[in-house]
Design a protein around this ligand. Structure first.
Ligand code: DQA
Length: 146
C-alpha cells in the first residue's frame, strides 16, 4: 500500500484554540484522523508528524523517502522564511505538496511569499482542513502518473 506522510509545522499543534477566526475549530488530531480515514478509503496509508522545530522538520523530510511515497506539508510560518526547509525538500526525491488552511495570498503581505512552494509539486491553500485532503488527492494524482 502506498504511504503518505503529513508534516505539520510550528503552532499547528494548537489548531482548535489558535486564532479560530482564521484557522477554524478543528484540532490537529481531527485533521489527522480525517486524513488517515480518507487515505484508507483510497488505498493509502497516512502517517502524521508535527514539530515546532525547524531542525526536526528537516530531519523528518530527510527520512521521508525511506518510508513514504509522497508528503503533504504545511510548513506553517516557516513557509515564508525557511530556506533550510526548502533545501531539504529539494534534496529528496519524492513528491511534496504544500498546503495551508488559510488563503495565504489574501492575508498579510509577508504571507504571500512561500519560499517552499517552488520546490513542491504545487500548493493548495484556503480550504481549511480540506486543504490536507486535497493535498492527499494531489499526491495520489502525481503518483498515478509515475
Ligand atoms: C498557515 C499559514 C501561515 O502563514 C501561518 O504562519 C501558519 C498557518 C496555514 O495553514 O494557513 O502557521 O500555514
Amino acid at each position: 500500500m502506498p504511504r503518505i506522510l503529513i508534516i505539520h509545522g510550528p503552532n499547528l499543534n494548537l489548531l482548535g484554540t489558535r486564532e479560530r477566526a482564521v484557522y477554524g475549530d478543528a484540532t490537529m488530531e481531527t485533521v489527522n484522523s480525517s486524513c488517515i480515514s480518507h487515505g484508507k478509503s483510497i488505498g493509502y496509508e497516512v502517517d502524521t508528524f508535527q514539530s515546532n522545530s525547524e531542525g526536526d522538520i528537516i530531519d523528518a523530510i530527510h527520512k521521508a523517502p525511506s518510508g513514504f511515497d509522497g508528503v503533504v506539508i504545511n510548513p506553517g510560518a516557516y513557509t515564508h522564511t525557511s530556506v533550510a526547509i526548502r533545501d531539504a525538500i529539494a534534496a529528496v526525491d519524492i513528491p511534496f505538496v504544500e498546503v495551508h488552511l488559510s488563503n495565504i495570498h489574501s492575508r498579510e503581505e509577508f504571507r504571500r511569499l512561500s519560499v517552499t512552494a517552488p520546490v513542491c509539486v504545487g500548493q493548495i491553500c484556503g480550504f481549511g482542513p480540506a486543504s490536507y485532503i486535497l493535498g492527499i488527492e494531489a499526491i495520489k494524482s502525481v503518483l498515478g502518473k509515475k
